[in-house]
Design a protein around this ligand. Structure first.
Ligand code: SAH
Ligand code: SF4
Ligand code: F3S
Length: 436
């Protein structure tokens, strides 16, 4: 038997990249690769990249620079670039970085095994097509090397919304939903392997529309019938695709967790319009009211961009007002980054120091809300899915229904168990609790 080849994957960007990395590892697993956590011992290094902001995409080139010495000492090492920078820059990556052996976009990675074979023959390949065939039909059926209690499952990919700042419609392509039957089969397979919580993924996951009128709400209801699957989450949602049936599902499906990531980006209607978001701040607030009517304890999460071209102090103040009105349990915020090829990149930017100051102010407010939401958990009973042993002996770490990290002293506990836990204390980034 030949020694298995070792594969090291570094994943940047969103959860969909995390999912894709797993599936790429499985595809290469069929070619005799086993994954390693140690880059130094790898026979192939695969960088699964993100193009969303300039900083994210520049990381690829600094990492490739660092790989030069590794490859110099190990000429047989193969280096691959996957993900959204691969899609956006294609051949350009080979020109700029001759040490790269293969470049593969997010819609063509089922061709990785063939590309790895070509690399072994010393050939360089680039595949950034949006092939007519469905990549999922050509990937191994979730062999999953490691058992674990949580998993991602991509149900929808791509985006047709073309927000003026965003590269996703270009890097991931048009919005496509996977057939419901395939998703249910994959979910059952994951549950057989010990998964108890599935997070459905899509760039606009709540816009999911499968064949025969399947909606995300119907998918959630079908998934909820799978024995052994105890928790369902989904991300990321767009406010305009939040249908009544999905809101209703939050009121009636106990397996659907009370945490919703619903990015709004800005609280100013003028900026929302310039962003091509196609909704107002008021419509977003009304939507959240309806969601909280169905599920009063819903923990809201969001994304914000500050310093979008044309953003004035008044626009920023409107964003701060919206944040106060919603009261987020968690939120991600970014300084606007001009992305080549997007409409907003042509516009006059906000001064960097102004954008920096706004970002700081916004993040301070979000942090206050986050801490308050955590503090409000103290004394409450939540369910915690144990994901891994904690740092202390006899301690378990997991997530509550509300997605808070919780540490529990529980000596007899097993990973994958869901325990009732009373929260006793709130630390900056996690909660502590005891089993009841
Ligand atoms: N599909 C999701 C988000 C995709 S990208 C949605 O529609 O909301 C994740 C987040 O990155 C976005 O919500 C946005 O806040 C941020 N983002 C996207 N493009 C950006 C850019 N050019 N500059 C700064 N932040 C950006
Ligand atoms: Fe990007 Fe907008 Fe599509 Fe989200 S909805 S992926 S922000 S274009
Ligand atoms: Fe980044 Fe592509 Fe995800 S640009 S955020 S890895 S869809």
């Amino acid at each position: 038997m030949p020694e298995p080849k070792k594969l090291f994957i570094k994943t940047y960007g969103c959860q969909m990249n995390v999912y894709d990395s797993e599936r790429m590892a499985e595809a290469l697993g069929a070619e005799g690769y086993v994954t390693t956590e140690l880059q130094e011992e790898a026979d192939m290094v695969l960088l699964n990249t993100c193009h969303i902001r300039e900083k994210a995409s520049e990381k690829l080139y600094s990492d490739l620079g660092r790989l030069r010495s590794l490859k110099a000492g190990k000429p047989d090492l193969k280096i691959g670039v996957a993900g959204c920078v691969a899609q956006a820059e294609g051949e350009e990556i080979l020109r700029r970085m001759p040490l790269v052996d293969l470049v593969v976009g997010p819609q063509s990675y089922h061709r990785l095994p063939a590309m790895a074979k070509a690399a072994a023959r010393g050939e360089k390949t680039v595949d950034t097509e949006f092939p007519a065939e469905d990549k999922f039909d050509h990937l191994p059926d979730r062999p999953m090397a490691k058992a674990r209690p949580t998993a991602f499952l991509t149900v929808q990919e791509g985006c047709d919304k073309f927000c003026a700042f965003c590269v996703v419609p270009y890097t991931r392509g048009a919005e496509v939903s996977r057939p419901a039957e395939r998703i249910l089969t994959e979910a059952r397979k994951l549950v057989e392997k010990g998964v108890r919580e599935i997070t459905l993924l899509g760039q606009n996951v709540n816009g999911y529309h499968g064949d025969d009128g399947w909606t995300l709400a119907r998918l959630v209801r079908a998934l909820a019938k799978i024995d052994g699957l105890d928790r369902i989450r989904y991300t990321t949602s767009h406010p305009n695709d939040m249908g009544d049936d999905l809101i209703a599902a939050h009121g009636e499906q106990p397996k659907l967790m009370p945490y919703l990531h619903l990015p709004v980006q800005s609280g100013s209607d003028r900026i929302l319009k310039a962003m091509n978001r196609k909704h107002t701040a008021e419509a977003y607030l009304r939507l959240i009211e309806r969601i909280r009517l169905a599920r009063p304890d819903m923990m809201m999460s969001g994304d914000f961009i500050v310093g979008f071209p044309g953003e004035t102090d008044a626009d920023f103040a409107a964003t701060m007002d919206l944040i106060r009105a919603v009261n987020y349990g968690m939120a991600y915020s970014f300084k606007y980054s001009a992305r080549p090829g997007t409409p907003a990149a042509e516009r006059t930017p906000v001064a960097a120091d102004v954008a920096d100051a706004r970002l700081q102010e916004l993040q301070a407010l979000i942090l206050d809300q986050q801490r308050a939401a955590q503090q409000a958990m103290v004394g409450r009973e939540v369910s915690v899915l144990y994901e891994k042993p904690g740092r202390l002996a006899g301690q378990m770490g997991g997530k509550s229904d509300y997605l808070h990290a919780v540490h529990v002293m529980d000596r007899t506990a097993q990973v994958g168990e869901i325990a009732r836990v009373r929260i006793t204390a709130s630390a900056p980034n996690s909660l502590t609790g005891e089993r009841v």
